[in-house]
Design a protein around this ligand. Sequence first.
Ligand SMILES: CC(C)(COP(=O)(O)OP(=O)(O)OC[C@H]1O[C@@H](n2cnc3c(N)ncnc32)[C@H](O)[C@@H]1OP(=O)(O)O)[C@@H](O)C(=O)NCCC(=O)NCCS
Length: 172
Amino acid sequence: MRKSKTQRVAGRTPAETRAEMSQVVLPNDANPLGNILGGTVMHLIDIAGAIAAHRHARSYVVTAAVDYLDFTRPIRVGQVILLRSEVTRAFRTSMEVEVKVYLEDYIRGERCLTSSAFVTYVAVGEDLKPIPVPPLIVHTAAEKRRYREALGRRRRRLALAAQARRRCEQES
Ligand SMILES: CC(C)(COP(=O)(O)OP(=O)(O)OC[C@H]1O[C@@H](n2cnc3c(N)ncnc32)[C@H](O)[C@@H]1OP(=O)(O)O)[C@@H](O)C(=O)NCCC(=O)NCCS
């Protein structure tokens, strides 16, 4: 019998959610010093992360939170920016995705990590209401470690979100 597209799956592995994106940095992406804009990197992180979340949830997703992000090295016009993403843990309706950003200097044949971020996406239906996602099935030691650690990160980000909400309520 053929499987229906909507049939529930037991879960997906991080490898099934993995995405890779790359592009050459052009002058339009850069500041006057010729380095890629932080906002452009954030935009690409969101896109790369969303692809992994879509692959896991097979639904629409919205970005709920981006954890701490820094830029350790400038990526210059003419270099390649490469992003790799995968789901590290799925909760009820939300998923944590790790996105790593690399600069690739194709003349020198060098590649190095410049940023990494954990982004939370929530699967939503057409009415924009959260919907459940399948579990993430982890196998390797590294996948299991990231899966375990994701719980602590979730607790911290939800505590920060609650704090921010209280501040907003006090100011309004
Ligand atoms: C994200 C959003 C769907 C959550 O809706 P909500 O009514 O708070 O729904 P719930 O309280 O049921 O939370 C749904 C999930 O989101 C998670 N969530 C909500 N706020 C979060 C935050 N700040 N950080 C991480 N996760 C968050 C909850 O933990 C829950 O996850 P779980 O089901 O896996 O436990 C809603 O806040 C929203 O639509 N935000 C705007 C998203 C957006 O426009 N993003 C930018 C453009 S895509």
